[in-house]
Design a protein around this ligand. Structure first.
Ligand SMILES: [Fe+2]
Ligand SMILES: [Fe+2]
Length: 293
């Protein structure tokens, strides 16, 4: 962690779920229905949350640089922090609960179960259900005292020009990469249509979990995990020039996943206890008993 950062800079949000709550304001409808109702996100100024979310994006856009991402990769992709049985990791994630805010009263496990149960109800394959169930497990980064803006938030490529389709693009003016001529052109350090596997994304829970589970799940599941916060592509198509044909094919799955992530809040919360045997079997089918973080 950078020493010069204050507590407020490490944790601008009262609750990390405020980022997701804000996404629902920005994207009130699934992509398939978007054309009919494009609400003006810029006119949304009415809550206390707006200010903290803006500050969160300001810090995210300022500090997520090529150097920062490679430093985080060095730090976290050795997986020498903690070894946990899968279910301990879920419990650990759930210590992020913040019940002080009635608007975001869902704990992490409830968000995961609501996502996965909605996927299951639609009759999708079991690995898709599992993807819904684990997709935010990378947020355990928060518990290693990482700044919120390096755990959640929209992700975007680093090493090339920041798209003005990313939320609050003006905040990239403070990002040193935007003044660095290696990184501030359309393609930056990449080739045209190089494929996203060659592209470094800003650091957060998506990439981290992808790296943890990449040997265990089918490719569409890995795309959904790795790019679920890449809104400037899956909702705005701002980085098509870096995508390969294969990425485009696989992003159909990312698109399919997004509504479950954003809109599957159900009135009656899933019964975590009753569902546990089903998820125990599902997890055991695909994942090793212990995960390395
Ligand atoms: Fe997420
Ligand atoms: Fe999520």
């Amino acid at each position: 962690m950078r020493q010069e950062l204050t507590d407020k800079e490490n944790a601008p949000l009262d609750n990390i779920e405020d980022w997701e709550a804000d996404l629902k304001v920005r994207y009130p409808k699934p992509k398939s229905e978007e054309a009919k109702s494009k609400t003006d996100y810029r006119n949304y100024h009415d809550s206390e949350r707006v200010a903290t979310v803006k500050e969160f994006y300001r810090l995210n856009h300022q500090y997520q640089t090529v150097d920062f991402v490679s430093q985080k990769q060095d730090e976290f992709l050795k997986f020498d922090k903690k070894e946990m049985p899968f279910w301990d990791a879920i419990d650990y994630l759930n210590t992020l609960v913040d019940d002080s805010d009635p608007d975001t009263s869902l704990d992490q496990l409830q968000h995961l179960l609501q996502t996965s149960e909605a996927i299951r109800a639609d009759g999708h394959p079991d690995w898709f259900v599992l993807t819904g169930f684990i997709h935010d497990l990378g947020k355990v980064l928060c518990l290693f005292d990482e700044p919120q803006w390096a755990v959640v938030g929209d992700t975007f490529p680093v090493g090339c020009k920041h798209s003005d389709k990313i939320v609050y693009p003006e905040y990239f003016d403070a990002n040193p990469d935007s003044k660095d001529e290696r990184y501030n052109t359309k393609y930056g350090i990449y080739e045209k249509n190089t494929g996203l596997d060659n592209v470094q994304m800003s650091w957060g829970h998506d990439e981290y979990l992808y790296q943890i589970v990449k040997d265990f799940l089918p490719e569409p599941a890995l795309y959904m995990i790795r790019y679920h916060s890449f809104y400037s592509q899956h909702r705005e198509n701002a980085y098509d020039h870096l995508m390969s044909d294969h990425d485009r094919e696989m992003f159909k799955w990312v698109d399919k996943f997004n509504p479950y992530d954003l809109y599957s809040k159900v009135p009656v919360p899933p019964d975590a206890k009753a569902l546990k045997p089903y998820y125990e079997d599902l997890v055991a089918k695909y994942l090793p008993a212990t995960l390395k973080f």
